[in-house]
Design a binder for this molecule. Structure first.
Ligand code: GLV
Ligand code: MN
Ligand code: MN
Length: 414
């Protein structure tokens, strides 16, 4: 590309900051759970920016949003880019939002130089990449990729027992859930810009990560039923404390991940719900939500198996009842070599340094890969910090990512 797409980085940073103000928590803390009032306001803000850029916006039955810049050949499948704007509790302002607003800025920069794409370029804002409400990540892209069926989606419940149908209707989304699945060929290719959520790019002083594969995430929900009672009156022998049983399971999971033989195996228990949750009452029930990931699906599964066998062992020894439910166990994804080559050429052309890397976090691209060739472009984030309010990406890092995204989109859409 002869003309440099002019990225208006100050404007983009202002938009990211404005989006971060739309939060369920006190800014600068960002919390935006899907279908919350903040999520709906954030969607409205992003849609207004898309409309202002002349993009044609439409939404599907669960609120996945598509903003299209029409190409000169409308018969060709579009090139997609995008990410998510929902945010976990106590999050920062870059996760997902850089890919959405950065994708929009890439389109606007191409518009500014008078570029005419042959294929349409479509910005996608996925519904509920984060698992906060339903305990399952990537709801929108999972349904687009037909990995989650409408029947399975209808069975999802949030903490208050509300289902997808009730919540999407309340949010103003209607239509058959069957229509969310994308037919193969709906997108020609898909590319997602994202912060690394790890430390490597910053540590190595490299501008960009070209993602070659996305790690395999899994989640096992564990419910432990013990016996409650008075914390003073009930003596230690014979107790069936659900929380001490849970503690053993948490440590067993950590040990299994640490001893897998690979640094790529990670396991976390991010939710531990204790019932009745009173200081002077023995916990009678505990629910754990576990998150287990690896770049190698077989190794990931062996950690899942170790957790299941710890459940069996602890239940036997402590006399508690333990049930498990596999929420998801997704295979890893390999990124498309043609998109990677286009990104590599674009990075060289823009004079940016890059390295190939794996994504340890999951992303909507994992599921878009079911219906289109995908790849991801990472930018550094300070200290590798993410899923925290102090998440930070410097404007020049974002500028690099958007510049190379714009050039890649131009290549793919020509
Ligand atoms: C996405 O937010 C993830 O947990 O990887
Ligand atoms: Mn996230
Ligand atoms: Mn994300």
């Amino acid at each position: 590309m002869d003309t440099q797409p002019p990225i208006k980085i100050d404007g983009l940073i202002n938009e990211l900051k404005a989006l971060a103000q739309i939060s369920e928590a006190e800014p600068p803390v960002v919390t935006r759970v899907v279908f919350s009032e903040a999520d709906l306001r954030a969607r409205a803000y992003v849609k207004s920016l898309c409309a202002h850029a002349g993009l044609a916006v439409h939404e599907d039955a669960i609120g996945n949003t598509f903003a299209r810049w029409p190409g000169t050949d409308p018969g060709l499948a579009p090139v997609g880019t995008g990410s998510h704007i929902d945010a976990i509790p106590n999050a920062g302002l870059y996760d997902g939002c850089v890919g959405v607003l950065g994708g929009l800025e890439a389109i606007r920069a191409l518009q500014r130089i008078g570029f005419e794409p042959r294929r349409s370029i479509e910005l996608v804002i996925f519904t509920a990449e984060e698992p906060t409400r339903f305990g399952l990540g990537c709801l929108g892209s999972r349904m687009m990729g037909s990995v989650l069926t409408p029947q399975q989606a209808l069975a999802l419940r949030d903490k208050e027992g509300r289902g997808l149908d009730e919540l999407r209707a309340q949010a103003g989304f209607a239509g058959a859930l069957e229509s969310v699945a994308l037919p193969a060929g709906r997108f020609h290719q898909f590319i997602e810009l994202h912060i690394e959520q790890g430390p490597l790019l910053e540590q190595e002083g490299i501008d960009l990560g070209l993602v070659t594969s996305i790690a395999a995430p899994a989640s096992l929900r564990v419910v432990i039923e013990g016996e409650g009672g008075h914390a003073g009156g009930k003596l230690m022998p014979g107790r069936k404390d659900a929380l001490t049983a849970a503690a053993e399971l948490i440590l067993a999971l950590e040990a299994a991940a640490k001893s897998s033989g690979a640094i790529d195996t990670v396991a976390t228990v991010g939710v531990c719900e204790v019932f009745p949750g009173a200081v002077n009452s023995i916990p009678s029930r505990v629910r754990l939500e576990t998150d287990i990931r690896d770049t190698d699906g077989v190794r990931r599964d062996s950690v899942l198996d170790a957790l299941r066998s710890a459940c069996h062992d602890v239940a036997g020894r402590r006399g508690v009842a333990i049930t498990t439910e596999l929420v998801n166990a997704d295979p890893p994804t390999t990124c498309d070599t043609a998109i990677l080559s286009a990104m590599e050429e674009a990075a060289m052309e823009a004079g940016r340094t890059y390295r190939k890397m794996v994504s340890r976090a999951y992303h909507d691209s994992l599921f878009m890969a079911r219906v289109a060739p995908v790849a991801m472009l990472f930018i550094p984030c300070r200290g590798g910090v993410s899923h925290r309010p102090d998440e930070y990406a410097a404007p020049e890092w974002i500028e690099s990512g958007v510049q190379v995204l714009a050039r890649t989109l131009a290549r793919l859409a020509s």
